[in-house]
Design a protein around this ligand. Structure first.
Ligand SMILES: Nc1ncnc2c1ncn2[C@@H]1O[C@H](COP(=O)(O)OP(=O)(O)OP(=O)(O)O)[C@@H](O)[C@H]1O
Length: 398
């Protein structure tokens, strides 16, 4: 497939450097380089209510970053600030090395795909895609030609003459994407782009958008509250909570080394267990309320012993039947519920101290884990559980 998307940095801005958006109509190049983004010291208040608190984000050219967080955490507001749809209370936004505060979205060179696609219902698919080009002064014939190229790129050329109402949700989204990309934005912004799609179609579109994003090398920022979506698609994930950036890292680092208890529980599943940490030489021991003691296999140095929260992923637990001869230090628990989920068995247990613990084991290894069974829990060999100081729930791991 040819890549009809051309980005000519000379064509995008007028020579006076005013940032006016002037799309190229030249034939495609194999790839473009998206613009880097810096957001510095961003704060935003609606009235007196703070919704973004001192967020700093550096996004590399060509990177796909997901803004992830629960409803109301401020991710759409942050996206709108980047787009120029919302003026922040404080802070700076830079795109491609240029400070863009005060510039409108088109002047910033951002293209946005909204959740509802916002296609014009009375225009054909081709006319929808050509619309932005014509509005930017591209001659009608050139715009029609480019629109067709864009539709080829999203594999929708066969639907050029249809109206949006004659398309499925996924098809409408491809058209919306073609329309946005037609004007060659430097940054692509996606606001919950898959929310209206059913699960299978969502996966197809996630793959499709990732393919296009890589092919065009366009810097992309995507808002989502779906952690799997963020983790599978993004180069880096920015986890937001109550307007604060809790962690900004690769999906693997966020899963393996969550920076805060919030991240540990919001991204993937984690048991948060209050313990007292005691350090013995190079070893750190977690003391549970009921007297159980487990060794935390994690390299030191251990600066902060004392009251702590452990974040333990379900797959980091090992279980065995209680050993009668063992010391009283085993973490004993009783199976409450066992749920087969595909090849995995997810088991809810209650410790003797009354804490709930969720573990997951391969189904073949969990046949005995029936409600009422007493087991001894331990961390799997080599499992790197995270530890947080108990007093400050949002601090980094100790
Ligand atoms: N125009 C507005 N006026 C006043 N408050 C607003 C406005 N827009 C958003 N808010 C508030 O700001 C906070 C952040 O909203 P925002 O839409 O950015 O969150 P979000 O993380 O995108 O949530 P969701 O996933 O539900 O869309 C919320 O408490 C919301 O109620």
């Amino acid at each position: 497939m040819s890549t009809p998307h051309s980005i000519d940095s000379q064509s995008r801005h007028d020579s006076a450097g005013t940032g006016t958006f002037v799309p190229s109509t030249t034939q495609a190049r194999a790839s473009q380089t998206g613009a880097a983004v810096q957001m510095r010291g961003i704060q935003h208040r609606f009235g007196t209510v703070p919704v973004i608190e001192d967020v700093a984000l550096d996004i590399a050219a060509g990177e796909l970053v997901a803004l992830l967080g629960p409803s109301g955490c401020g991710k759409s507001t942050l996206l709108r600030i980047l787009a120029g749809l919302q003026v922040q209370s404080e802070g700076e936004v830079h795109i491609g090395g240029q400070r863009v505060d005060g510039l409108a979205p088109r002047q910033r060179g951002v293209g946005i795909v909204f959740q509802n696609y916002a296609l014009f219902p009375h225009m054909t698919v081709a006319a929808n895609v050509a619309y932005g080009l014509e509005a930017n002064g591209v001659a009608r014939r050139d715009a029609a030609h480019k629109a067709l190229q864009m539709l080829e790129m999203v594999r929708m050329e066969a639907f050029a003459k249809r109206y949006p109402r004659e398309l499925s949700g996924g098809q409408q989204q491809r058209v919306a994407l073609a329309r946005t990309l037609a004007v060659e934005p430097r940054i692509l912004l996606l606001d919950e782009p898959f929310a209206a799609l059913d699960k299978n179609l969502r996966l197809d579109m996630q793959i499709e958008i990732r393919r296009l994003q890589r092919e065009l090398n366009i810097t992309t920022v995507m808002v989502t509250h779906d952690q799997e979506e963020a983790m599978s698609m993004a180069d880096r994930v920015a986890v937001l909570n109550r307007g604060r950036l809790e962690q900004y890292d690769s999906a693997v680092a966020i899963y393996d080394q969550p920076a805060t208890p919030f991240v540990a529980t919001f991204v993937g599943t984690a048991n948060l267990l209050p313990v007292t940490l005691r350090v013995h030489g190079s070893q750190c021991l977690a003391n549970f309320d009921d007297g159980a003691v487990l060794a935390v296999a994690q390299p030191g140095p251990w600066r902060d012993a004392g009251a702590a929260l452990l974040a333990v992923r379900p797959e980091q637990w090992a279980w065995q039947l209680p050993q009668p001869g063992a010391s009283a230090r085993q973490l004993l628990a009783t199976v409450q519920l066992a749920m087969p989920i595909g090849p995995t068995l997810v088991v809810d247990l209650q410790t003797d101290a009354g804490q709930t613990v969720k573990i997951s084991v391969p189904r073949a290894e969990g046949a005995d884990l029936r409600p009422g069974l007493r087991v001894a829990l331990d961390f799997k060999s080599g499992a790197r559980v995270r530890t947080f100081k108990a007093a400050q729930p949002s601090n980094a791991g100790v």
